[in-house]
Design a protein around this ligand. Structure first.
Ligand code: PHE
Length: 456
């Protein structure tokens, strides 16, 4: 069945478009990757570079994806087939589909831990915990083997069920309801964190401008992060924009999503670090920070358990809405290219993700069931992350930029972006210049560095 034979759903309004795209961008990346990396790579200086990366790489690639999606109203592979029939370009779409699976394999596992922690905080498991018991709780959650797989399955049942409901009744309704809740919860956490005695050290850690820490590695990290953060390089935004309304101002959507996503990251940092510093702890890396330090320090604050519930609830929202966009890439592809129903595509893909994703869940720790299986020093979890984030996303982003910048008909691009307004035509000209020059050059640099061909 061809993509056009059934009436295709769209989001119902500009606000719906904004919240859906923001729901994709805001995810686990904001909650622990961004604050932590900003802290270790020089605070304000890193933030500045990150913002430049968002402007010169992130937003241009996002706009290019918007062009491909809204112009074709197709899934990521179908879109390339329509715009460049009979060529190899469709394989940029194929890479996107593969990346969606790989990211989901490990992302659903971490999301499972977040759901589990929400449950534990509601049950009051963190009341009066110590560093030791925080560690025990965390290892029990991640090693399992039953616990992580159970929670990963619950996550996929949630994601699959929302997707079955469709674009408007599922994705739109959930993101429009939950994204404002996420904002509210994060602000509550911020107010509490910032009013603790000694909180200012945490603020300093995040914003202190230290150019000496701004190494080449830091700059490249900022570039890579902007990519993962804004869900770019694999067709998530192609798929979502295929549901955008025709009159949507794509520039405004891209800028407001990028701005709001960065704001959420900063707000997350302002909830986490002041609390950590107020209790004289060190901000540890990645999972340790989210799953041990936070329960520990939050449980010491008066009414902290409610704060923990709020924190893990907002993290669950962030993870879930990001996963909706990842799995929608697959659902749109299977329904449109193979003609299977939305329900079947959602169920089959969620099941595949739980089955293969369990290899990620079971390989996280050295003591996990598959913890000793390593290929070239990395286990399943790390490979899924490495291949998708460091290889497929930057290559995908590069080709998407080249495709829209050089292969697409200039007039078609101008028409799609301008919505027939002269002012927007001018903006599109500037945009095309950036997309053809600065964006691909920066992307080549990140990619060569991330696979280790050039080292700074
Ligand atoms: N942007 C999401 C986050 O920060 C991750 C993501 C990557 C989502 C790629 C979709 C596609 O957590």
């Amino acid at each position: 069945m061809s993509s056009g034979s059934k009436k295709r759903e769209t989001f119902s309004s500009g606000i719906a478009v904004f919240f859906a795209a923001l729901g994709s961008a805001v995810g686990l990346g904001n909650i622990w990757k961004f604050p932590y990396l900003t802290g270790i790579f020089g605070g304000g200086a890193f933030l500045l570079v990150y913002i430049l990366c968002v402007i010169f790489v992130g937003i241009p690639v996002m706009l290019a994806e918007f062009f491909i999606g809204r112009n074709t109203r197709s899934n990521v592979i179908g879109a390339f087939k329509k715009l460049a029939p009979g060529t190899m370009w469709k394989h940029v779409g194929t890479m996107g589909v593969i990346a969606a699976y790989l990211i989901m394999f490990f992302y659903s596992c971490v999301a499972g831990w977040v759901y589990c922690y929400l449950f534990k905080s509601i049950r009051g498991d963190f009341v009066g915990i110590t560093l030791e018991s925080a560690k025990v709780q965390f290892t029990q959650t991640i090693i399992g083997p039953l616990t992580p797989i159970l929670w990963q399955s619950i996550v996929m049942v949630a994601v699959g069920s929302i997707l079955i409901m469709g674009v408007q009744k599922g994705i739109e309704r959930v993101t429009k309801t939950l994204m404002p809740v996420l904002f509210l919860l994060i602000i509550i956490c911020d107010i509490r964190a910032l009013t603790l005695p000694g909180a200012f050290d945490g603020v300093k850690f995040l914003f202190n401008v230290d150019f000496s820490k701004l190494t080449a590695v830091a700059i490249l990290t900022a570039l890579g992060l902007s990519f993962f953060k804004l869900s770019l390089g694999m067709g998530t935004m192609v798929t979502y924009s295929s549901y955008f309304t025709k009159d949507n101002n794509l520039f405004r959507t891209a800028f407001s999503v990028a701005f709001s996503d960065t704001l959420v990251s900063i707000l997350a940092g302002l909830a986490i670090f002041p609390t950590v510093f107020a209790f004289g702890m060190q901000p540890g890396a990645g999972p340790g920070l989210l799953f041990m330090t936070i329960p520990l320090v939050f449980s010491k604050i008066p009414m902290g358990n409610y704060l923990l519930i709020a924190f893990f609830f907002l993290s669950s929202i962030a993870a879930t809405t990001a996963m909706l966009s990842l799995v929608e890439v697959l659902v749109a592809y299977y329904t449109e290219e193979f003609g299977i129903s939305r329900k079947a595509a959602s169920i089959v893909n969620s099941t595949i993700i739980v089955i293969i994703g369990s290899t990620a869940a079971l390989s996280v720790d050295a003591n996990s069931l598959l913890g000793s299986i390593k290929f070239f020093g990395k286990g399943f979890f790390d490979w899924y992350d490495y291949i998708s984030s460091n290889i497929l996303l930057p290559i995908g982003g590069f080709f998407i930029a080249i495709f829209v910048g050089y292969i697409m008909n200039r007039k078609a691009v101008l028409d799609e972006f301008s919505n027939n307004f002269l002012k927007l035509k001018f903006a599109t000209e500037i945009y095309l210049f950036v997309l053809k020059t600065i964006t691909p050059i920066l992307l080549i640099i990140i990619f060569l560095n991330s696979i280790g061909i050039i080292n700074f």
